[in-house]
Design a protein around this ligand. Sequence first.
Ligand SMILES: [Zn+2]
Ligand SMILES: [Zn+2]
Length: 326
Amino acid sequence: MAPPYPLPRDESRVLLCRRCQARNRVPLERAFGEPERARCGSCQAPLLCGRGAPLSGLTGAEYQHPLDRQSLQALESVPGVSTILKKLVEVTLERYDRLFNQSSFVRVGGGQLSSLERLFERAAYALGLRELPELYVYHAPEINAYTGGVERPYVAVSSALCDLFTEEEVVAVLSHELSHWQSQHVLYKIAARLLTYAAGEMARYTLGVSNLVLVPLQLALLKWDRCSELTADRGMLLAVRNPHVALRVLLRLCCASQRLQGELSLERFMQQAQQAREASEEGVLDRFYTLLQTVTRTHPFPLWRAAELWSWACDGEYLSLLGRYA
Ligand SMILES: [Zn+2]
Ligand SMILES: [Zn+2]
């Protein structure tokens, strides 16, 4: 059970010093707010990787959410999954990319949209990524971003996201997308997206495959698609290194209204999220996930993500990972 939000003042955790093995009790709020200032009481070595330093060598496996791992295993155990999905992506991807990216997306870099390029580099640096995928901006009224491209990976962000989110929030969203890449989610993410927008086409491209295979595959893919978000949220938190910022991004993804921004309460949002989580701990979990397989964005999915992320920040491996890269 994660602590309430906001944190009680005396909430603390024991952090192990990697240099002298001393155990240090650190107030959780300080570890969240100023990770660079957490130092070992005995030898003064830093206890956490501070903001501005890269998590060099970080891999997606280190922060993979267990539900992502489980649902991926379930997906990969569906007969024929790799051949069907690879075929689907192969057949549609070329056209899809040419159509959308090259004719209507603006490529960032080389003097184009330099401020956005810098935010992208900041996100990649924090996650310890040396290479960057391509970055595009496309015109759309809804706040959105996604990752694609199996051979040539890219991240695409909507113009509304650039307009409505602060620089810090844009870095957070870009980190989330880069985490999908770092976690090798891209092929299955594309397949899930194609499935959502072109379920009919999918049936056409998988001619000869019976629904007995296709339906379980679709369900497994959509379920994994949801669960992979939990991993990418962890990557986002690792990059921004401030749980309050990461949670606020999830809140603003729920309600991005510019006019109402000043009235949004992160505290109330987190109470709502933790209530939803408690309900799921009372045994509704399985049904909840079943529901997640078939519903779209209108579901309180961001609440679930926020509760999961808060729990990982307070009691999961978040701080020990920052300790490993201190
Ligand atoms: Zn020490
Ligand atoms: Zn995502």
